[in-house]
Design a protein around this ligand. Sequence first.
Ligand code: HEM
Length: 503
Amino acid sequence: MSKAHEGLNPTESGNTTRLNGSPVASENISVTVGAQGANVLNDFHLIEKLAHFDRERIPERVVHAKGSGAFGELHITEDVSAYTKAGLFQPGTVTPMLARHSTVAGEQGSPDTWRDVRGFALKFYTQEGIYDIVGNNTPVFFIRDGIKFPDFIHSQKRHPGTGLRSAEMQWDFWTRSPESAHQVTYLMGDRGRPRGFRHMDGFGSHTYQWINEAGEAFWVKYHFKTQQGWDYFTDEEASAMEGKDTDFARRDLREAIERGDFPRWDVKVQIMPVAEAEGYRWNPFDLTKTWSQKDYPLIPVGYYELNQNPLNFFAQIEQAAFSPSNLVPGIGFSPDRMLQARGFSYPDTQRYRLGVNFEQLPVNRPICPVNSYAHDGAGTHFFNAPDQPVYSPNGVRGQGYLDDGATSSSGVTHGPATDLYVYPDAHGTDLTRAAYVQHPEDDDFIQPGILVREVLDDAARERLAGNIVRAMDGISAELAERVFQYWTNVDPWLGGRVRELFS
Ligand code: HEM
């Protein structure tokens, strides 16, 4: 089943039903006390109909609220396996995807043609998990540190007192944040008013990391080049369009796909060897800078096509949850502070906007298995079989997604966090999953042993052993052996006493 059709109800004829599936007596006439009297509380359909309607709206996105999207496929025509092992970028691979384009500052009903940066969010449903590239139609951004983002957005959206947008606030922020100059130059130019979503390029904007099969890492920037050609509105044309069609860009994309004129973008990348980052003439992780294409030319990767309109705008576009934190093996982050802040902010806002189980919604659900110990929470739809373990580490034989049933975090070092990024740089800031630093005499059992031997008296030790044994009631003989060993490690006397009392 295609992503666009996941969740689609079969079309039924016949009576409308209540949400419990039972037939509705009337959609048009409510139950009253006599023909002229009041409504009644147990007209359940009336109550349910109003109550559901009352809750139809959810918070709009805090930014990029006005947008539109479509489904399609990514096609890889070139071989970039020397740079990344990511399955979706291997030659010949076709990956289903969703794209959403948006303005930034406007609300849901605002005109598509306002001068603004355009969002360029791509969601790839890969066999290794969902991969999102959440970029813009510009290669840079207004700021270079995520801590400034709420301030930046406050200066661009409506003032809470007046409810009005303010050029005063916008320019005040920009001129006090000189790092904005590159992006404001793009914004005030043609890219600030593209003629719809089909006629603009897209950028991942940030520097990301690609990692190949041999474990070699590269810094990468994404470029998406429209095959429709660039086009833009002048201020006069855009103002006229605002009055004529608020939804110009949404309509343009939708109608193009309806008539079979499927828009395409070429996918290209710039690649920088990790070793060159330190010495490059600009900080390659600074989001207010581009990399010169003379230094790092565009390398073709493939193209994508949008060819399927959403079947339900709310379910598939409004509820779509894009996030830079959605990575897959072979692709990582970088030390870009903006990117790092975003990795937190998107799933955080989505838990608020859509609920904690937003990843279970069809449009956000991966097409590969999801093996997770996360469970419960509002809107739980999927669940694991009852014989599956529900925590880690666990000793459930032959089960457990991640666990070998033996190890825990004590003394375990996994090494570089290659799923985030590797950057063995001169500053010693490479990410790692290393054991907690242990001092020479530390181990997990020294202090509980001292507690048992030197703090407790004989009576307290005896009560401790008894309490332990009663708490072990019902466990398997195999697990009991592990428990005896555990207490023997704490204190040999205690281990022996627990064994004695348990048997
Ligand atoms: C630290 C800086 C940033 C923060 C904290 C931030 C935060 C957010 C939040 C909270 C949303 C709403 C997400 C949702 O409700 O699903 C959003 C949407 C979006 N942001 Fe950012 N953002 C930042 C920078 C950027 C940058 C640099 C870009 C582009 C390069 C960008 C592109 C987008 C796009 C395209 C969307 C709309 C995604 C969609 O279509 O659903 N943002 N951002």
